[in-house]
Design a binder for this molecule. Sequence first.
Ligand code: ZN
Length: 171
Amino acid sequence: MIEKDISLLEIVTFGNPVLKKKAEKIQNIDQEIERLAKQMMHTMHAAPGIGLAAPQINRSIQLITIDISVGVKTQDQIILINPEIISQEGEDIMEEGCLSVPDVNEKITRPYRTVVRGTDLEGNEHIIEGEGLLSRVLCHEIDHLNGKLILDHLSPLKRSLLKKKLRKQSG
Ligand code: ZN
């Protein structure tokens, strides 16, 4: 099925209360969810970004899209519904940004390996084993579903400085 008219969604930024909310579990995978997932993948590629969570497009539901190849490899495209982390190990420090926190790139420690269980658009369960960058993106997007941003991983001092800066930008 080819959809020609996939429109871009608006990405909400720091200060929008939806980013602080815990997202609801999806009970029914209907056409609306299917369409939303495709629009999210499209919006993420256009940004460009390697991950997007539904709260970032103002929907407080447990849906994430990931593509660490940014549109190059179809097999890297991941759509996960109700993802949950089942195991994590190791440590990896890397600079990280977020489409909802513009102009902020900070070194953040994440597990080197993360295993996640979730459902695809057909309702099939998948286990995704992410290492390095994929582990990082999985953690980042699942953080969004729990109302957490990259700022919440920083020291209290750094966090308050950046929040001031971001409030000035958006105000
Ligand atoms: Zn983000």
